[in-house]
Each structure stands twice: as structure tokens, then as C-alpha cells.
Design a protein. Structure first.
Length: 253
């Protein structure tokens, strides 16, 4: 199957890898991102929108444009996320908490809110939400991130229940530690918070998995493309980890 896919935070990292995977499978790709420079550098044949997933008016306008341009949407990858603060819970201020939850949870909600009517009208569609292994095990020193990533699991399971009768599926991907610039920032902050070196934190993450390695963006992207395809036509409401099998969520503790 090929079709029309929207990927939020699609201009870099895991989102960009998702866009490449869908494009290879023959899908029409539309990416949305806050990073205008990264959008400009993306392939010219992808449609692109610069926006924040927390701006409801921008999200509404994007879906109106998708409907006018494509006449519908076959898959949504609600992938936007931010790491949020790295600190003990008593040291996290409410503003930082709210900013993290807004992108990770409310961004997914808004994308699903506007995708659902289009998919229900078509009688088919697939929603893939990016959570994290933090949404399965918790995450020391990352309370807002873990809370939001747990919440998107509940949101997606509810979407699967609500939209299933209309032929629409919804699933969650929980990546483990993904190689890349975003994770490097996490490693640096966690090293500072825990009094460790970057390499010690890195090795702790890797050794906490059965496969002893970090995930690459393409690993997550391939799962997203599969879940959106007809090969996964009877898979809905599932939480699928792409993490090398986490056996110890935080070996440093």
C-alpha cells in the first residue's frame, strides 16, 4: 500500500527517517516542523509546513490545506516531541513541565483531533504515535517527559477504540535511546545531573538493553511504515517497543 502521510517533526531525526521510509515505499509525504531551515533542506518533492504542533489554529489550517491539496489523509505519524528538563522532580518548575507536556501530549492530541474526521469520512486510515520506553517504565530525572509519554499511550489506545469502527487503526511506537543530536543533549544533561561522564551514561543506556546497543532512526521509521501499511491491517491499539529490549531502564541508579 502507498498513500498520503503527514509526519510531525518530520524535518530531522526520527521524523525525517520516517519520511524517507514512506517515500521509499511510494507514499506522498507531507512534513511539518518548527525548524524552517531543516524544512527547506528536505527533498523538494515533499510538501512542507512550518508550524508548532501546540498551535491549534496552525494545526487546523494545516489539515484544511491537506484536505484541499490531497483530498484526504491515509496515515498520520504524530512524532513531535521534546526532551524537557532533566532534574529531580522537586527542582522542576511548572512552566517547564507544561512546555514539555504541551509538545509531547497536546501536540499528538491536536494532530489526532484533526486527522480523525478525515479518516472517518474515508473509512480507513492509520495513526502512529511516537512515545518512548519512558512511557513504559518511567524515567528518573525526566518526570514531565515520562508523564507525557505514558499519557500518549492512553490517548492512542482510546483512539483505537473510538476510530476502529470507522476502519481507522492507531498504534504507539516506543523507541529506546536513539542515536542522534537530540539524544546527545539528553546524555549531556543526565551526565551533569548524575555527576557522571557522557560516555558512562551512554554505556549505561546501551548495557540496559538485551541487544546492548542504541536504536537508529531507521529502526523506528521502518516500524512506522509497517504499521501504516496494509500488512498491519489487523494491528491496532498496540504499544510496540523498538528498543533492543529494555531489561534495565536506568542502570545508573
Amino acid at each position: 500500500m502507498s498513500g498520503r502521510v503527514l509526519i510531525t517533526a518530520g524535518a530531522s531525526g526520527v521524523g525525517f527517517a520516517m519520511a524517507e521510509a514512506f517515500a521509499r515505499d511510494g507514499w506522498q509525504v507531507w512534513i511539518a516542523d518548527v525548524d524552517g531551515a531543516a524544512l527547506a533542506a528536505a527533498p523538494e518533492n515533499w510538501r512542507k509546513t512550518e508550524m508548532s504542533v501546540t498551535d491549534e489554529s496552525a494545526v487546523s489550517a494545516l489539515f484544511s490545506e491537506i484536505d484541499a491539496t490531497w483530498g484526504g489523509l491515509d496515515a498520520l505519524c504524530a512524532n513531535a516531541g521534546v526532551a524537557g528538563p532533566t532534574a529531580a522532580v522537586e527542582d522542576i518548575n511548572l512552566q517547564d513541565w507544561q512546555a514539555c507536556v504541551a509538545v509531547n501530549l497536546e501536540g499528538a492530541f491536536l494532530a489526532a483531533k484533526y486527522a480523525a474526521p478525515m479518516m472517518k469520512a474515508a473509512g480507513r486510515g492509520a495513526i502512529v504515535v511516537t512515545s518512548s520506553t519512558a512511557g513504559q517504565y518511567g524515567y528518573p530525572y525526566r518526570a514531565p517527559y515520562a508523564a507525557a509519554k505514558w499519557a500518549v499511550v492512553g490517548l492512542t489506545k482510546t483512539l483505537a477504540m473510538e476510530l476502529g469502527p470507522h476502519g481507522v487503526r492507531a498504534n504507539v511506537i516506543c523507541p529506546g535511546a536513539v542515536e542522534g543530536a537530540r539524544m546527545e543533549g539528553v546524555l549531556a544533561r543526565e551526565a551533569a545531573a548524575k555527576g557522571m561522564t557522557r560516555d558512562q551514561v551512554y554505556e549505561g543506556y546501551a548495557s540496559g538493553t538485551a541487544l546492548g546497543a542504541f536504536v537508529e532512526g531507521r529502526d523506528v521509521a521502518d516500524m512506522a511504515a509497517f504499521l501504516a501499511s496494509d500488512k498491519a491491517r489487523m494491528i491496532s491499539g498496540q504499544v510496540i517497543a523498538v528498543d533492543g529490549f529494555t531489561i534495565n531502564p536506568d542502570p545508573q541508579l
